[in-house]
Design a protein. Structure first.
Lengths: 355, 320
């Protein structure tokens, strides 16, 4: 399918929008009417046609504009992309993984031509046609990880594996839910997860780490995570909190449907072959409440999940102050009817909202 | 998980190196490329020996960048349960076999300023791949390799020819010994030590390094154990409500699988921890052989690694 790329912004005038197709394929994160942490991992090997699960690295209508936004963030703050010296080989692994995956999964958009170590990479949406020598950094305009993550949607954490732990030793992070690569660089799995409430007590991280350490080549995994964002802002970083935190106070009952966004992360995990590192792509999808409400099932379910969410989680996810207003809005889309299992909108089978 | 992804391969070359060790070369049946891997990785080879299926791990020794073929070297174990004997006696060029994707439990620490390799006997194999990986990036390494005799020194000629300055060989029958204390004392800051060989050698290196004040994280080791034969025993599997018999030449894990019960595994050599199983009740003695559980866990009878460990006694009930 040929993708029509949006010309849109994720800052200032916020011209970001989702087409009808993008709304339908939005990765709604709740498979039932309530939510609690779980490791909720599954194999990442495709999924329903045109879903965000179908390809190894999903490319959608926001691609070109998201890459433009990333370039602006990096220009303002180069520390959003860092790679410790021992992670260069993992960067090449990642470059290879993304180039091979995208050229196979989207042959009309991306081409990779390899003759031994002499590679040519064609990225049509971004107008790139570069020839370089694989494993020779001097032949690329950036380090291998930065080069390829400037051309791939979502944040990328490249984790070194040693001493039975994972270490945040490289990454490109510009579309994050309020955490900082510059702060976390060099930390291990337990250190960078220290701020998360409730999950430690439930032993979630011990089990999650055990699972991640055992992810093997050829068997990637995935899960969804979520939070809320006011305005379709990709860069909700601690570094820029002074710019975006205040925007939470601009929500009113009149504008909440268009301003409040559900922010979903498709997190995937791939073992990198040459370095034995693990790459953790975190792909952010945004959808406004009013667009979500076009799926009656999602309207009913989102209301119930947000209503029953423990206070600690609403605080951690940063919408505790606006929760009453959010519930006022969402309750209008919950008629009390039961919902079908699973995350899909089931537009054909779920009943319309009773009014 | 129950093992890594599988690859259908054909045996394309078999080279006997000496009285004990034979090298096998695998290429994909479909003619495609094999995955690249990191030095230190192993593959699990499936052997269909009549009614019995054995899954044994072997270190990949070929160049990690070479996607046309993998090679492994197998040391014949005449006392073992027959896995290595099957490879030596039954496998022929042209045979089709199934191997797993590479899995690395013995990875290089790429932060190291220098990699110091200590090999004993067939323990040389993971280092052959790691050396090729480091040579590609001008890495700083040094190898100290102990063999029983000159005639059993697998790959000694190749190593001393290509890397005369980095390679140091020690023959047991000539009373050559690695002077480990002196060797460790002379290493630059930022050196990581890797040891692969018999259990005694690994313990010697770990203990010596610890007493010389080396940080634990700088000492890496790998020893794959082939499951050893032993007296047959009976096990009750509580979850699946079955009683199974573990035969003399099969492992507990193999017996569980033979009964059609799903059991997780990865390395099948006592190293990765995937098959750890909780003991519900027992009367008798465990024969723990793994590297995964610590001494306390070996003593308290609460867990067993069914890939390599056995049991002697009246009752054993497992949470499986």
């Amino acid at each position: 399918m040929t993708i029509q790329f949006n010309d849109e912004t994720f800052r200032d005038d916020y011209s970001f929008y989702n087409s009808e197709r993008a709304i339908k394929r939005f990765p709604f994160p709740f498979h039932e009417d309530n939510y609690m942490y779980s490791v909720n991992m599954e194999q990442h090997r495709g999924g329903p046609v045109d879903s965000v699960y179908e390809k190894r690295f999903d490319v959608d209508e926001h691609y070109v504009s998201e890459m433009r936004d990333r370039a602006e963030v990096l220009a303002d703050d180069p520390l959003r992309c860092q790679s410790l010296p021992h992670m260069t080989l993992a960067g090449w692994d990642l470059l290879e993984l993304i180039m091979v995956s995208k050229s196979e999964d989207y042959p009309d958009l991306f081409e990779l031509h390899r003759d031994g170590d002499n590679w040519r990479w064609v990225n049509k949406p971004l107008g790139i046609d570069d020839s370089f020598v694989f494993l020779d950094e001097t032949t690329l305009p950036y380090g291998p990880m930065e080069y390829i993550t400037r051309q791939a949607q979502g944040d990328f954490c490249v984790l070194d594996q040693r001493d039975d732990n994972l270490w945040m030793d490289a990454g490109t992070v510009t579309t994050q839910a309020d955490w900082s690569l510059d702060f976390d660089i060099g930390m291990n799995f337990f250190e960078w997860h220290a701020p998360v409430p409730l999950a430690h007590e439930k032993g979630i991280f011990v089990r999650a780490l055990k699972f991640l350490l055992n992810i093997q080549q050829g068997a990637p995994a995935r899960r969804l995570n979520w939070t809320m964002t006011v305005n379709p802002l990709l860069d909700t970083s601690p570094e820029n909190y002074h710019k975006w935190g205040i925007q939470k106070t601009t929500v009113t009952p009149e504008n909440i449907g268009s301003k409040q966004h559900l922010r979903v992360e498709l997190q995937t995990f791939f073992r990198l072959p040459r370095s034995n590192a693990l790459v953790f792509p975190i792909r952010c999808y945004l959808c406004s409440f009013q667009d979500l409400m076009t799926a009656p099932k999602w309207g009913r379910r989102l209301h119930r999940v947000i209503r029953d969410l423990p206070e600690e989680l609403a605080t951690y996810k940063g919408f505790i102050d606006n929760r009453p207003m959010i519930l006022d809005y969402l309750s209008k889309f919950d008629d009390g009817l039961p919902t079908s299992d699973g995350i899909w909108p089931d537009l054909e089978t779920e009943p319309a909202l009773k009014t | 998980m129950s093992g890594a992804e599988k690859i259908a391969v054909q045996v394309t070359d078999i080279v006997p190196l000496n009285d004990l060790v034979t090298r096998f070369k695998f290429e994909r049946v479909d003619g495609g490329l094999l995955p690249t891997f990191s030095g230190g990785a192993h593959t699990v080879v499936e052997m269909r020996d009549g009614e019995v299926t054995r899954l044994n791990p072997y270190s990949l020794m070929s160049d990690p960048m070479d996607q046309l073929a993998y090679t492994i070297s197998v040391r014949r174990d005449d006392e073992g349960r027959g896995g290595s004997l099957f490879m030596h006696n039954n496998v022929k060029v042209g045979d089709e076999m199934t191997i797993s994707y590479p899995v690395n439990l013995f990875s290089l620490d790429l932060r190291a300023k220098k990699h110091l390799f200590l090999a004993g006997g067939i323990g040389i194999t993971p280092f052959l791949a790691q050396i090729k990986q480091l040579e590609r990036f001008n890495g700083n390494w040094e190898l100290h390799y102990a063999c029983r005799t000159e005639s059993l020194g697998s790959y000694v000629d190749e190593l001393t020819d290509r890397h005369p300055n980095e390679t140091h060989i020690y023959y047991d029958d000539q009373d050559d010994k690695i002077d480990l204390t002196k060797l460790l004392d002379g290493q630059p800051l930022g050196t990581h030590v890797y040891v692969c060989g018999p259990k005694g050698m690994i313990e010697w290196v770990r203990k010596t390094a610890a007493s010389e004040g080396w940080p634990r994280e700088a000492i890496h080791h790998e020893e794959f154990l082939a499951p050893q034969p032993g007296k047959p025993f009976e096990v009750k599997l509580a979850v699946s409500n079955k009683v199974i018999q573990v035969g003399e030449t099969e492992s507990l894990l193999e017996a569980i699988e033979r009964a059609g019960i799903h059991a997780p595994y990865l390395c099948r050599g006592g190293a990765c921890g995937q098959c750890e199983t909780r003991v519900i009740d027992y009367t008798g003695n465990f024969i723990h052989r793994d590297h995964w559980l610590d001494d306390d866990e070996h003593a308290n009878g609460e867990k067993i690694m069914p890939c390599v460990s056995r049991f002697e006694g009246k009752t054993l009930v497992l949470d499986r």
